[in-house]
Design a protein around this ligand. Structure first.
Ligand code: AMP
Length: 170
């Protein structure tokens, strides 16, 4: 199945010069969505993974079905003010300004091997911050797994030494 056919290019969104990869056609097609989850499962089903984590919001769409199929805990990494219990947090720089991710202090058990999932790997800033947050919360990043890697942006470099698995590259 050609999953790339289910991604739609939207030029100049959310601002001029960005070619946005819209995943909603894939989400709209149950067979294509299931196939994307099957490919993550095929890669990580036999690996030692203790938890699946994702940063809001689109990462949740892939992490939730994957966690269910792998029968592993799902741990959300969220923007400030969303998680109700005590959190670890991590601030990181964006192109303009900064952002912050939080995780509950009991999200992981110490030494948990965490599979970090997202839709698109662009510059890698978000996933790199998520990796640091997982480590701050005593987890170990087993790998970063994404539906689509925009290779030209070299996000993979920013994630070293962590393993990066991408179903599709563009
Ligand atoms: P980055 O931190 O640059 O890797 O990107 C942060 C998040 O923004 C990614 O997890 C994607 O969800 C989203 N994103 C960035 N660039 C694109 C793009 N060109 N098309 C679709 N989503 C994008």
């Amino acid at each position: 199945m050609d999953l790339k056919a289910y991604l739609r290019d939207i030029p100049d969104f959310p601002k001029p010069g960005i070619l946005f990869k819209d995943i909603t056609p894939l989400l709209n097609d149950p067979a294509a969505f299931a196939e994307s989850i099957r490919r993550f499962t095929e890669r990580y089903g036999a690996e030692k993974i203790d938890a699946v984590a994702a940063a809001e919001a689109r990462g949740f769409l892939f992490a939730a079905p994957l966690a269910l199929i792998l029968k592993k805990p799902l741990v959300p990494l969220r923007k400030p003010g969303k998680l109700p219990y005590k959190t670890h947090s991590l601030q990181y720089d964006l192109e303009y300004g900064s952002a912050e991710l939080h995780v509950h202090i009991d999200g992981f058990n110490p030494g948990d091997r965490v599979l970090l999932v997202d839709d698109v790997l662009a510059t890698g800033g978000t996933l790199a911050a998520a990796c640091q947050l997982i480590e701050k919360a005593d987890g170990i990043v087993a790998a970063c797994a994404v539906l689509l890697e925009l290779s030209i942006l070299k996000g993979r470099e920013k994630l070293k030494p962590h393993e990066v698995f991408s179903i599709l590259t563009a």
